[in-house]
Design a protein around this ligand. Structure first.
Ligand code: NAD
Ligand code: GLY
Length: 367
């Protein structure tokens, strides 16, 4: 007898830039229904990288071949260091060499790097072609594939060149997480944990009791976590697609985190590792601003550590941190603005005196 297909969760995303659905479950890429009613075109292009393409591109191409006359592939070099204009041009080279028209659909198969760069290519090729996110890392499934932020890095700043451009659909196949290295999985858990203190205290409690199941990649725990994260992200970007205000809360831990990433050199710490440590620092700042008790920040730090993430900041020096954080996209007129925990399960964005930031860095190893 044929085994029953695993249940697939559907999370709607409704932004001014587009309405679409996130499909979440085991075997999502293999189910014909996942691919139904996507934009019609003669040509579909899979954009992936040298690590992910050998694992999953054939299966995706098999599905696409049933719906598109021509299916081609662009295989990018792997890594954050390649999230740049040169790599972006490889996609444009392929699209132009293949004579792709403005109906061509791009399929971003990979983690956040492939998703962000493919999304930006889709936003700009012939002033915009449709694209679909096929995220294969935990981080991409719970965060980067949803909400339409697309970008490449500039040598002077991360994600500085980009566009808001929504995908047509997001297919989160939980089975792809089986091949994800443990360090990358932990990096994804940072973005999972993030949603608790900023938006859902009950989810933080759930994470406390289910972290071991998640680390063991238990299918049910993964489905619950990815669905809840996508629901929260959909709710936030539905209210504030272009980060006029509320959406900034999704950057909890990112102000310190981006300073760590660029201060150490991209790729030294993974994005999720820097965000995990950044959340420890931002929670400490929230304590020093009088918003939450110290025990709350300590508990969060312990959860982050249990997830396999670093909680001691690299010693870049206080002045270097401050300089790097003034480049953050939330900074206004040179004043750094932090996402802080205003109360358990609720975030706010505010400036903080340099002396407080310095004290935070001294307490957690950054000075
Ligand atoms: P990544 O894309 O570099 O993927 C991590 C590593 O895992 C890579 O080596 C990749 O090839 C490999 N990999 C991917 N899927 C795999 C699988 N199933 N099996 C085995 N290996 C696999 O990193 P990431 O953590 O997915 O994404 C980080 C990027 O996402 C950063 O550039 C960050 O700026 C961006 N980001 C964007 C948003 C957004 O809203 N657009 C949000 C968060 C992060
Ligand atoms: N990852 C932050 C955002 O999408 O806004």
């Amino acid at each position: 007898m044929k085994a029953a297909l695993p249940p697939v969760e559907h999370v709607p995303v409704q932004t001014e830039g587009g309405h679409y659905t996130i499909l979440i479950g085991g075997g999502v890429l293999a189910q014909p229904a996942s691919w139904a009613d996507l934009p019609r075109a003669a040509h579909a292009v899979i954009v992936s990288n040298t690590t992910v393409a050998p694992l999953y591109a054939d299966a995706v191409a098999g599905q696409l071949a049933q719906r598109y006359t021509r299916v081609s592939r662009v295989v990018l070099p792997d890594g954050e260091a390649h999230k740049d204009w040169t790599t972006l041009n490889l996609i444009f080279d392929h699209l132009l060499a293949e004579g792709c028209d403005r109906k061509t659909v791009l399929f971003a198969l990979g983690g956040g790097v492939v998703g962000d760069i493919t999304g930006f290519a889709a936003a700009t090729y012939m002033r915009g072609v449709p694209f679909v996110q096929l995220p294969t890392t935990l981080l991409a499934q719970v965060d980067s594939s949803v909400g339409g932020k697309t970008a490449v890095n500039h040598p002077l700043g991360k994600n500085m060149i980009g566009a808001f451009y929504q995908p047509q659909r997001v297919l989160c196949d939980l089975d792809t997480l089986a091949t994800l290295p443990a360090r990358e999985f932990s990096a994804g858990l940072a973005e999972v944990i993030k949603y608790g203190p900023i938006a859902d205290q009950a989810f933080l409690g759930w994470l406390d009791t289910h972290l071991d199941a998640l680390l063991a990649r238990d299918a049910q725990a993964l489905a619950t976590a990815v669905r809840r994260c996508c629901e929260i992200k959909a709710e936030v970007v539905g209210q504030d697609e272009k980060e006029a205000g509320l959406r900034a809360i999704l950057n909890f831990g990112h102000t310190f985190g981006h300073a760590i990433e660029s201060g150490l050199g991209y790729g030294e710490w993974l994005h999720g590792e820097a965000v995990g440590c950044g959340m420890v620092l931002a929670a400490e700042l929230s304590v020093r601003l009088g918003h939450i008790p110290a025990a709350y920040a300590e508990h969060l730090s312990h959860l982050i550590e249990r997830a396999g993430l670093p909680v001691r900041a690299p010693a870049l020096g206080v002045q270097r941190y401050l300089r790097l954080m003034r480049l953050d996209k939330k900074a206004e007129a040179g004043e750094i603005r932090f996402v802080v925990i205003a109360a358990p399960g609720r975030a706010a964005v505010q400036a903080a005196p340099d002396a407080l930031v310095e004290a935070v860095l001294r307490t957690h190893g950054g000075a």
